[in-house]
Structure formats: C-alpha cells, structure tokens
Design a protein around this ligand. Structure first.
Ligand code: PLP
Length: 453
C-alpha cells in the first residue's frame, strides 16, 4: 500500500480571487460565470467540472507543515467546516463575478447576513440598517442580535443622511438590501456608502434580489451578501449563502472603528486579524469569518451544495436575461389590466425611486420581482393565488419557475394591518417572482387567475 503524504505546504498567500485562470484576457460576466477562479481542471483526473470533494477531513502533511496550516501561515484544507476545495472553487468564481477580492460561502443566506455583521460588531456595539429587509433578517436584527447585546438602529433609506444621524463611535457597519421587496425601491448605495466612508463605517449590501443587475461594490459598498438559495442556485434545490469582500475598504486603517479586526486574538498567537492577513497577503475581513466564526459557530456550506451553486453560477447571466425580459412583459400586462390598481415594479416608479432605479439597475433590467395590488383587496388576493395553475404558491423568490404569494395572508400575516401597510403590504398585494418559462405561458396563467380574482 502506498501511503499518501502530501508535501509540506509552502508559506504562500491564499489565492486571492480574480488573479488566476486565463487571466491575460479581460472576461465578461458570461465567461467568468464558467471560468472564474483558479480551478481549470481537476489535477488528479483532468475533470473539467469542479468535483464534489465529499470529505470531512484532509490528510495533513508532516507535523511541521501541519503547524503552518493550523497557524494560517500556509494555504491548504484541514476540515470541511472551515474550507473545502469545492467550496473554494465556488467562492473564487463568485468573488470574481461580483468584482470582489474574496468570498466565503455558508450554509444559508441567514448565516451570511449574521456572520457579515458578527464579524464586526460585539455586545455594546451597534449597526445602522435600512428598514427595507427580508423578514428573516429583520427578526435576526430586531431580536437575536439584540439578545446578543448588539443594537440595530433602523432607518428609512429615503433619506440617506438618516444613516449619518444614527451613527456614533460604536457603529460598526451599515446594512441594506439593494432591491428590497415588497416596495422594490432600489437602495441608494453610493450615497450611503459615501456617508459610511466619512465615518470609516463599511456598508454591507444584501444583493440577493439583483445579482449582476446591481453592482454594489462599484458604488462603494464594502461587502456584498447573498442568499445563494435564490437566483445564484436558480433551480430551487439548495439552501446557501455567501459573503463577498470588495477589497475596496480600508480595513487596515481604522483601528478604533474596527476593533474585532485590530485587537489581538488570543486564539491566534495574540496577533490581530489585520496582522494575520498581512502575513499571508489575504483579506482580513473574510479571513476572520473563516478562522473565527466558522470555527466557533459552524454553518458551513456542504460540498454538494457548493457544487450545485457552481452549476447555478454557470448559467446565471443567461437565466437572468430571461427572468428580466419575462418580468417586464408580465408587469406591462398587469399595468393594463382593469382588475389591477397598481403595479409595483421599478419600471413604473416615479420621483426619487425612479431616479435610483435608473442609476443602479443595469442593462435596462428591473429585476424579476413584480408586485401588484388587486382592486378588490384581500379576498381577491386569495382567489388569485388559489386559481393559479402554472405558478407555484411558494414563500420563495429567484427560482427558475414562476412563483406567487399573497403576503397579507402569509409572510406578513402576523403583522397588524397598520404594520403591514407600513411595510408596503396592502390587503390586495400579490408578489410574483417571474421565472424563465415562456412569457406567454406565464401571462396566460396570470390572466386566467385574474379572471377569478
Ligand atoms: N436575504 C434575502 C433578501 C432573502 O430573500 C432571503 C430569503 O428569502 C435571505 C436573505 C435568507 O436566505 P436563506 O433562506 O438562504 O437563509
């Protein structure tokens, strides 16, 4: 029997995403989706699809090399809770597609939002967040983080200066969704990122509803988070999340603002994460999440799901084109329909919301979420949902299939009528997540359900 003893790792930098692969070419998103990152083929077999490394652990080199791995002084995999080659290939490709420096994939979008914040804020600290949030994130911020001693100050993004007014010395981050539903008003990323940079506060943007069509890092956001469960996976098969560090925020220059990155960590030779990252030429924000939060709390992505998200990424640009084109056709149809009093879709916005949609949404896209209000209110909403034949009645978005939900009787049913209205949920509001079927078939189903509504 031959015993495999891997060579001692060299003390080299972890591979920063975006620097490997066929890099003499400047690639478009459609190409990066297939080729981004350093994976070209499996060195053991030549396989060009990323293999699923379904293993918990990795054979260590001799004790000297193992030392370096454990001390994070060399690149290499130890244990799949912290890193795995399938996960690594997904992270590198996503980071490159997002225009970021490094990424970290996790077991869910919720884990991504939680870790993005917990990496910077501790008990006694605060973050400032836009009120336009997914319900799960709202609960995390308003309840769970509060119980951890982290205060979340909610502000209305209509006035970006509200972020400045809510900031004090203990503010560690700003947080927002780029295209929050149900209102579907694009968040003023550049305006709030610029305010944050005045104070040294990084802006974290959840871009789940608008991958590729909104580019938060180009507008000054420091970090992007995703529920990859949605468009990135695309097929409704896996739960996952990711955090991308833009590589554009001066983490190393802000010791008073960012104590978690600057204070010595007794569990890593009393070095700060800024120092640890500098030693291996890596990104301190992502390195700390991997080495501290994944180590201590877990929530890793499984190799199988990382593989599924790589499959999703490969067709993401293509699918999004179809999602976006279909959504415009469905929204136009609803806009003309006599039973519909209002269509909530960036194309039909006015004033500041329209200005922001024009500034941030790329390539004439408006996203694939379409809201509408039925003139006959709550009961009409119920009848519409119960009459659908093709669209699924699902509390999800971003599937290749078209989905529908009536928030006032489902996702928002626990809120008072007043709180529902404040959240943008009127009794007759229906949310559609438009898929990639033939647009005529989606419209035909919506039309027949409207007959009954
Ligand atoms: N962020 C947004 C905008 C979402 O819509 C969701 C889920 O619906 C999440 C985060 C949470 O993601 P996950 O369900 O993958 O934990």
């Amino acid at each position: 029997m031959t015993i495999y003893n891997p060579p001692a790792p060299e003390a080299v930098a972890l591979q920063p995403a975006g620097t490997s692969g066929p890099r003499s070419l400047r690639l478009h998103p459609e190409t990066i989706a297939l080729h981004g990152g350093s994976f070209r083929f499996d060195p053991a077999t030549g396989a060009i699809a990323v293999p699923i490394y379904q293993t918990t652990s990795f054979q260590l080199p001799g004790t000297e090399g193992a030392d370096k791995l454990f001390a994070l002084e060399a690149a290499g995999h130890l244990y799949t809770r912290v890193s795995n080659p399938t996960q690594d290939a997904f992270e590198q490709r996503l980071a490159e597609l997002e225009g970021g420096a490094a990424a970290l994939a996790l077991g869910s979008g919720q884990a991504a939002s939680a870790f993005a914040v917990l990496n910077l804020a501790r008990a006694g600290d605060n973050i400032v967040s836009s009120v336009g949030l997914y319900g799960g994130t709202w609960a995390l911020f308003a309840s769970t983080l509060k119980n951890f001693g982290i205060e979340v100050r909610f502000v209305d993004a209509t006035d970006p200066e509200a972020f400045a007014r809510a900031t004090d010395d203990r503010t560690r981050a700003y947080y927002a969704e780029s295209l929050p539903n149900p209102k579907l008003e694009v968040f003023p990323i550049a305006e709030v990122a610029a305010i944050g940079r005045r104070f040294g506060v990084p802006l974290i943007v959840d871009n789940t509803a608008a991958p590729l069509i909104i580019r938060p890092l180009e507008h000054g956001a420091a970090v992007v988070v995703y529920s990859t469960t949605k468009y990135i996976g695309g097929h409704g098969t896996a739960i996952g999340g990711a955090i991308v560090d833009g590589g554009n925020f001066p983490w190393a220059d802000l010791p008073a603002r960012l104590p978690t990155l600057h204070e010595p960590d007794p569990s890593y030779q009393n070095k700060s994460w800024i120092e640890k990252a500098a030693l291996i030429d890596f990104h301190p924000y992502i390195l700390r999440i991997r080495a501290v939060l994944l180590r201590d709390i877990g929530a890793p992505i499984s190799p199988q799901n990382a593989f599924l998200f790589i499959q999703g990424l490969e067709t993401l640009p293509l699918r999004l084109r179809q999602h976006n084109e279909n959504a415009v056709k469905v929204a136009d149809f609803l806009h003309r329909h006599p039973k519909v009093s209002k269509v909530i879709f960036p194309k039909f916005q006015t004033g500041i919301a329209a200005e922001r949609a024009g500034k941030y949404l790329r390539n004439g896209s408006f996203g694939a979420l379409v809201g509408f209000e039925l003139k006959h209110g709550r009961e009409a909403g119920r009848r519409f949902i119960d009459s659908l034949q093709l669209l699924y009645h699902v509390a999800n978005i971003g599937d290749a299939r078209s989905l529908a939900i009536h928030p006032s009787t489902t996702t928002h049913s626990q809120l008072s009528a007043e709180d529902q209205l404040a959240a943008g949920v009127t009794p007759g509001y229906v949310r559609l997540s438009i898929g990639i079927e033939h647009s005529d078939d989606i419209i035909a189903d919506v039309a027949q359900a409207l007959e009954v509504a």
